[in-house]
Design a protein around this ligand. Structure first.
Ligand SMILES: [Zn+2]
Length: 498
């Protein structure tokens, strides 16, 4: 069992698109090479995706294979490493579990130790992997001399070679050089697959984030993270290696299909010079995607629906929207944080459902905890708590959210919507009075649709039959009022350019 260490630090160290794309491509090349080596020693590959490896190989091959895997990462990435654990000897008791890693390794570590022989082996290995990670002391780095010139990309390591760019050569470190080199090549596997799925799609891959957001009047970028719900528990219930292999393949194919179909749906009729998205990673059951903000919601809805159709699992999705110059590591950290909220929402409610969480940062404020930003939607008013957001949403609600946001965009002018948003911050009664007055002044033909829209906005809050006032709903059992109208106003604005 293997797991790439600090994978996000490696992929998102720089906010430059070729660096991100290159890091992801290099890791995928490492995985492809590992897959090939395991086949060569007549091993059984259970999974090798998204930085996670599980395989059965002849015991005599383990020492050389471990050496080779370390060598594969060192030669391709210099700095990325994979921690490995293997059965030697089988049967020793694993230490008590504590959650440390992300991805499939993390989920396996967190899952309860099962009693069947194969799942017990997997749990044992996961525990060993964790122990190996905790005792890991040497991280490959390059020597940094105090007066040496720093790399123009990462600004952390010493520059050692020039990178030739259209604007002139830049001094860079070998790690950034390799990432850039891999990222600028148009032969990345994911892009080749996209061309196969959508052969007539116009334009070409963007070379940087400016090109990616070209055509969006505000240059807003969405970072999307999504993954399957309950996959870890299911992995732990698989009774033999073959079942594990078949399951991991089925999920990966389902995810891949879901993401390409969803992009096709969200970008139907799109035309421009540069693709308005970059698919950074399709892992075991997760995806990381950059896309112009206006396509984020239609993509997410289509993806969640297709994910369920092709894998029969529900999924969770997080969207973070900010200016494309916002540091990508904040995008990533906030999305990872929101995803946990989406997962909780997916579990709440009558049955399992997919769920969606989102955060829009109109001002690029640094932060890694989504709650700090979501608190801005809350206030106190005369002894009651006001919440001007109803997110995260279950998929059924998220669809309604999208439909209503489109309607709001088409029926209410942008300047009026801004006034509505301001009114919402003034409290329950002032906002109701203001918006009532605005609707009364709207063209007669529009009024019934607007009243209906506000009524439907109540359904987004998820408390049916509760006390309400136009678009505000009282949370049963506590002195709190909630409205989804701000969420609708935000998406109406984000969808303006679509
Ligand atoms: Zn560098």
């Amino acid at each position: 069992m293997g797991d790439v260490d600090a994978i996000k630090d490696y992929v998102f160290e720089s906010s430059r698109l070729p660096q991100i794309r290159g890091a992801s491509a290099l890791l995928m090349q490492c995985e492809a090479e590992i897959r090939r080596r395991i086949r060569e020693v007549d091993g059984l590959l259970l999974v090798a995706r998204g930085g996670f490896l599980l395989a059965e190989v002849p015991a005599s091959q383990v020492p050389s294979l471990v050496q080779e895997i370390h060598q594969i990462f060192a030669s391709r990435t210099i700095t990325a490493t994979m921690t490995l654990a293997w059965e030697d000897p089988p049967g020793a008791l694993p230490p008590p579990p504590s959650p440390i890693a992300d991805g499939w390794a993390g989920r396996l570590i967190r899952a309860a130790p099962p009693s069947d022989p194969f799942p017990r082996r997997v749990a044992f290995l996961a525990a060993r992997l964790r122990a190996a990670k905790e005792s890991r002391t040497t991280i490959p780095t390059l020597e940094t001399l105090p007066f040496a010139r720093k790399c123009a990309i990462c600004a952390r390591r010493n520059a050692s070679e020039p990178l030739y760019l259209p604007g002139g050569p830049l001094p860079v470190c070998p790690i950034c050089w390799k990432r850039h080199d891999a990222g600028r090549e148009a032969r990345s596997g994911i892009r080749r697959m996209w061309r196969l799925w959508h052969p007539g799609f116009p334009g070409e891959p963007p070379q940087d984030l400016e090109q990616l957001v070209e055509g969006d009047p505000h240059g807003r970028l969405a970072f999307i993270y999504a993954d399957g719900n309950d996959i870890g528990r299911h992995l732990m219930a698989l009774s033999d290696p073959q079942a594990y292999q078949a399951f991991s393949r089925k999920i990966h194919r389902g995810v891949r299909r879901a993401v390409f179909e969803a992009l096709g749906i969200a970008l139907k009729g799109w035309h421009g010079n540069f693709w308005p998205f970059e698919l950074i990673n399709i892992g075991g059951d997760d995806i990381t995607l950059l896309i112009q903000a206006r396509y984020a919601l239609p993509f997410a809805l289509a993806f969640l629906e297709r994910f369920h159709r092709h894998t029969s699992f529900t999924a969770s999705c997080a969207i973070v929207i900010a200016d494309h110059k916002y540091p990508i590591r904040y995008f990533e950290a906030l999305a990872a944080d929101l995803l946990q909220g989406a997962k909780e929402r997916a579990k709440s409610g009558p049955g399992p459902d997919s769920a969606l969480h989102f955060l829009w940062l109109p001002e690029p404020v640094a932060g890694e905890e989504a709650d700090l930003f979501l608190q801005r939607y809350q206030s106190e008013e005369g002894g009651r708590h006001l919440r001007r957001t109803a997110r995260p949403y279950r998929l059924t609600q998220a669809r309604l959210l999208y439909e209503l946001a489109l309607e709001l965009r088409d029926r209410v002018s942008r300047s009026q919507r801004q006034q509505w948003a301001e009114a919402l911050t003034r409290g329950v009664l002032p906002s109701v009075q203001f918006i009532q007055y605005q609707i009364a002044r709207a063209p007669e033909g529009d009024r019934p649709a607007l009243w209906k829209l506000l009524e439907q906005a109540r359904d987004l809050c998820g408390f049916t039959g509760a006390n309400h006032l136009l678009f505000w709903v009282e949370e049963p059992g506590r002195a709190a009022w909630v409205t989804a109208l701000m969420d609708l106003l935000e998406w109406a604005e984000l969808l303006e350019a679509a």
